[in-house]
Design a protein around this ligand. Structure first.
Ligand SMILES: Nc1ncnc2c1ncn2[C@@H]1O[C@H](COP(=O)(O)OP(=O)(O)O)[C@@H](O)[C@H]1O
Ligand SMILES: [Mg+2]
Length: 236
């Protein structure tokens, strides 16, 4: 059997804040342990405030656990310093957020090329070819030279997905990527994730409120008060 791509061992996240009554500890994730397998398409669901974003940020090296261990492949990201984490995030992970965060003054093609040129994994020519291929894969070959404000919300999000794939991430992490879109465009985005998983074997972890879409993935991790309330393997 292959090694898991992500492994959590007794991960706890507690936020500490000060108030008039003194120091307040707020435990968001009390104790999480689970594995994510290579090529798996996982949906994280649960009510608002249940800790989905906190969990995704921990898995993406955007935040650190208060205790416990997190591994991405064989790298223990929970004990890395900020510089090491930045390298992991740029080289190994792809992120898609609710808002696309495209650079407004650059074309779709340039937005997808920039992370490749920044990391230096691909040369200029190769980055351009690769960006074209990625944009064509998300159905935007006709829009290579369009600026973000010349694209619809759904198209902008598809550029963001192409960009997230730029450096061949070992896992793609998406936090409610359709939260800002209508149902038609949401469906297109979901189809796209499904296709990336099926055709490219891309490992994907997606936070979603959409139960119908979650039911089309391989696995649903349902969170309640920072605990796994249900871990459901689906047969799609
Ligand atoms: N930076 C923060 N400061 C204070 N509380 C936070 C912070 N981030 C998250 N929380 C709290 O942690 C809990 C989980 O938040 P979050 O992970 O954003 O949940 P979800 O994404 O499932 O809505 C919530 O109760 C939220 O208020
Ligand atoms: Mg959230």
């Amino acid at each position: 059997m292959q090694k898991p791509i992500i492994r959590l061992e007794h991960v706890c996240k507690t936020l500490i804040s000060k108030s008039n009554e003194g120091i307040i500890e707020n435990t968001i994730l009390p104790d999480l342990s689970f594995n994510i397998e290579q090529g798996e398409f996982t949906a994280i669901t649960g009510p608002s405030g249940s800790g989905k974003t906190t969990l995704l940020y921990l898995m993406g090296g955007l935040d650190k656990p208060s205790s416990g261990k997190i591994f991405l492949n064989d790298w223990e990201i929970s004990q890395m310093n900020e510089d090491e984490l930045a390298v992991i995030r740029n080289d190994k992970l792809g992120f898609v957020y609710q808002f696309h965060f495209l650079l407004p003054e650059f074309s779709a093609l340039e937005n997808v090329m920039i992370p490749m040129l920044a990391r230096g994994k691909f040369g200029q020519k190769q980055a351009k070819e690769r960006a074209k291929a990625l944009l064509s894969q998300v159905g935007l070959y006709e829009k290579l030279s369009s600026k973000p404000n010349q694209l619809s919300g759904g198209q902008q999000q598809r550029v963001a997905i192409a960009r997230s794939l730029a450096n061949e991430p070992v896992v793609l992490l998406a936090d409610e990527p359709t939260g800002n879109l209508d149902s038609h465009n949401s469906a297109l985005i979901y189809d796209l994730f499904k296709r990336l998983n099926e055709e490219n074997g891309q490992s994907i972890i997606i936070v979603t409120h959409d139960e119908h879409f979650a039911s089309k993935t391989d696995r649903i991790l349902h969170l309640l008060d920072g605990r796994i309330d249900k871990d459901q393997v689906l047969h799609n």
